[in-house]
Design a protein around this ligand. Structure first.
Ligand code: ACO
Length: 311
């Protein structure tokens, strides 16, 4: 039998009411949200690294200004999401600690390298495209602060997706070398993008409970299917070949059949062994250590100001 407090909570969730920070909630609900929101925040912050890598090498001043704005947006999303997680009773320092120690994950996708300018287009088109597919339903998440944060974030992600597609449109109409660069980027980013949605439904440990709590609205496989259905025609429009021999339109289901991502690779990457995991984590730890003098200065200043007020 469910306890009455928990039953009342579930009824509020079932009838679409938002849960707000100071209200009663099951411990598991709080923990799940802290896990998901903090991992989402870490993903936004770590996600600046592969693209930041190209700011100094953008091909034109205009492309540079756009990329700079996009990377700054990601920083904003991260800070926004850390604030949303803080409303659940975890501090920012604790979240950073969990990232730096490897206890908290961040999206698998950011452990792949950005080798060419076409990768910047592919990240916008595919990675931000997948992020939107996953985040639009999160705007209806039962937890108020997370759902509201998602509204602005989704608007900005749409701009990111369009700028990526625009980069690729330009290159796809370019020289044979540029076209080859775009195809190569799709070849390398396609499967990791499908993996962003998480393991297949039968291997997704958190989905059932998260869906009952309306933290998640859709299963990982549902969103992956929607992403493939939306993206394949866009690849065709760019004149590209999706690197999946099993990809085939299925008239009956009104969607594509497609191959199985390499789940061994996925689990290997989220266990910390992807191509760039060490580099990404080291960059974050280094940034934390480099900022120590500034945090110390702020603390010392606050202590002096408090002493002056007390005197
Ligand atoms: N990368 C890293 N870890 C992942 C990924 C992924 N792509 N997919 C699943 N995992 C992890 C889960 O975090 C979980 O590990 P944990 O228990 O240590 O937290 C484990 O794999 C099992 O997966 P699920 O049971 O399916 O986990 P969950 O229900 O949390 O679903 C999902 C995963 C879909 C990523 C969900 O957490 C979510 O929607 N998060 C919010 C969106 C987000 O984080 N986006 C970040 C990338 S987009 C961007 O920032 C641009």
């Amino acid at each position: 039998e469910m306890d009455p407090q928990e039953r009342a909570f579930q009824e509020r969730v079932d009838t679409g009411q938002k849960i707000e920070p100071k209200e009663w909630m099951p411990e598991g609900y709080r923990k799940t949200l802290i896990r998901q929101i903090s991992q989402h925040a870490h993903s936004e912050i770590v996600g600046q690294l592969p693209e930041g890598n190209w700011i100094t090498r953008a091909p034109t001043l205009e492309r540079k200004a756009i990329l700079l704005a996009k990377v700054q947006d990601e920083a904003g999303h991260g800070l926004y999401l850390y604030c949303a997680a803080e409303t659940l009773g975890i501090s920012r320092d604790e979240m950073y600690e969990q990232l730096h120690s490897g206890k908290a994950k961040y999206s698998s996708i950011f452990n792949y390298p950005t080798l060419t300018w076409a990768d910047i287009g592919a990240i916008g088109w595919l990675v931000d495209g997948a992020a939107i597919m996953n985040q639009v339903p999160l705007q209806r998440c039962s937890y108020g602060p997370y759902s509201r944060a998602m509204i602005r974030i989704c608007k900005e992600e749409s701009f990111h997706q369009r700028q990526g597609f625009d980069v690729l449109m330009k290159m796809a109409k370019g020289t044979p070398a540029q076209k080859a660069m775009v195809q190569d980027a799709l070849n390398r980013w396609w499967w990791p993008s499908l993996m962003m949605f998480g393991p297949s439904d039968d291997a997704s440990v958190h989905s059932a409970q998260s869906m009952a709590w309306k933290i998640k609205q859709n299963s990982n496989d549902e969103l992956r299917q929607k992403f493939v259905d939306q993206t394949v025609p866009q690849a065709e429009y760019l004149g590209l070949t999706v690197p999946d021999p099993d990809l085939k339109w299925n008239e009956e289901k009104g969607g594509y059949d497609f191959g199985e991502p390499d789940w061994e690779e996925f689990f290997n990457v989220i266990a910390g062994n992807g191509p760039c995991n060490a580099e990404r984590l080291n960059a974050r730890k280094q940034a934390w250590e480099d900022g120590a003098w500034f945090r110390d200065g702020l603390t010392a200043h606050a202590a002096k100001a408090a002493d002056r007020r007390a005197a």
